[in-house]
Structures are given as structure tokens and as C-alpha cells.
Design a protein around this ligand. Sequence first.
Ligand code: ASP
Length: 335
Amino acid sequence: MKRILLIATGGTIASRYTKNGLSPQLSGEELLSFVPEAKEFCRTEVVSPFSLDSTNVRYTHWLELEKVIEENYDRFDGFVICHGTDTMAYTASALSYLVQNSRKPVVLTGAQRPIDLPVTDARTNLLDSLRFASHEEAHDVSIVFDGQVIAGTRAKKERTQSYNAFSSINYPPVAVIQEKRIVFYIDDAESVKGGPEFFHNLNPRVFLYKLIPGSEGKILKLLLPDYDALIIESFGVGGIPDYEEGSIGEALREWQEAGKTIVMATQVTHEGSDMSVYQVGQVIKDAFDLPESYDMTLESTVTKVMWIMAGMRDPAEFKRLFYKTINHDILFNKV
Ligand code: ASP
């Protein structure tokens, strides 16, 4: 029988109504009491490093989760993290960079409704997650939600209310779960060779700047002292506005001269960036030699930059790591 460590961190799945709205109240043991069927296929232990609405989860918590997984790696066959849905895609992406090449699965799950309500998605999601984490072919970091298994770097919360809250972006789901049956679409367990690789640092000095029509560069100059990397959430396939007043190009030049990292991404969820298509993109890409996110999600782009920037600043090495495929995060990585 598989040994699974349930890591309870709060979220709606563990929430109860209070006079100020929902807040996490249930322990990991209480969560497990709602899925007694899991005893048929796994033995569980519980740990709870924190219990938060995931609105309050940040990079320190991602490092804490990595530590729990690393310290317990040899004792368990898989890990299930119960987590709020709001920032789950960020946590799954961050863990994809902090725990690499793991033959043992790390599964994140949560719910749109608390587990102790009569009508809820929570019990199915938790049971599916334990089932998937107990499967021989499961590996690396993923999100299990509403019957889908999504690679940890490919998930995005696209719905605030419905049970199908998460989509797999620019990549197929790794698997689907239908009752007791797991159907793999990406069946690549044998490609995970050697042991897991754990990382212990992230650089939180990363700023994500979303363009709107008329955005000016002035704000970027103010941000410069406090950040090491700037990700620009541009329009469409990618471009930077070019008007006289408050030039963004001029601000980018200052960032680059200060030795900071600039990455281009897009605010369009599906199909990714390609700055070579339009003059407004190509000119900037050439002038600044900027890496771009291509088909990566924003959540992955942000956390990958935090992971790379924890260790190094060299632009060539940055690019090499940024375009390296980790846990299915990027496909269009031709430099
Ligand atoms: N606000 C909650 C959280 O992210 C939402 C949820 O879990 O669905 O913790």
C-alpha cells in the first residue's frame, strides 16, 4: 500500500463560515475523515506547516513546502498538498522549480466549496488527488482538480466559482481521472532518471508590470532600486508602445544599464508570445536582446525568474535556464 503525506495548508477546502466570511479551520485529519475510501489504496500521515487563505501565501511558504517534501522524501511514495485555489497555480509552478526530476508525485489540490458542505467538489478532488499520488506512473508536480491532472507549470485559475476552476494552458492535461480510472495523456514516467533535485532559494525581487494603452515608463524608473527583474505583461504576441512622452524604451535602457533582468510576456492567456511578428516587438527584442515567455504561463514565468535569479545574474546563463524545459513549462524554446 502506498504511503502518502498529506500537507494541509488551508484554503476553501478546509474553510468554515465565520462572521467575517470563509476562513481555514479544518485540520488535515478532519479533511481525511471526509474521504474514508482512500484507506483502500493508501496509508496517510498529515502535516500542516501553515493554515492560510492562499491570498496570504508567498515565496517563504513555497520554500517551507519544499523543505517539508525534501525532509520527508524517503519516507513517503507521494505528497498531496491541500491549498487554496487563488494562488495554487503560483505554488505549483514554484514547486516545479524547487523540486525537480521527482519520480514521486507532488499533487496540489483544493476546492471551490468547503469539504463539510453537503454539495461540494472537495471530496472528489481530495480523493482523486490521493488516488493519483498513489499511482505508479505519477511523478513531478501537478494540480489535480475537477477530474483533470495538470502539469504544475501549466495551470491557471480561469474561473472564480465553477468546479472547473483550472485550465491547462498551451499544453494538454497530463491525465484525466474518471472515478477509479486514471487515463494518462502524457505517459513519460520512464524519462525521470536519477534522483530528485531540491532547490532552497528564490529571489522575490521580481516585478510584473501589466501594460495598458497609454502606459508610461516613469513608474519603471521608480521601481528600479527595489527590484532585480522586470516581467512586462505586454499586448498580444508582444510589443512595447513607442510614444514620445514617458518612453518605456528609455526606462528599459536604465534597467539594463543597471544590470537588471527584463523578460517579455503577454497578457493573453492562450497561445503565447512571439515578439518577432510585429515591428513594435522585433525592434525592442533586438535593441535589448530580451528573453520572452513564449508559451509559458505568467505564473511559471514569474516563479521561474524568481528561481533563476536566486542563484545568478549572468544574462547568457539566465537565458539558457529560462528556455530550458522544466516540468513541461515551455515548448517554443528556440532561442
Ligand atoms: N480564497 C481561497 C484561497 O485561495 C479560495 C479557494 O481556496 O478556493 O485560499
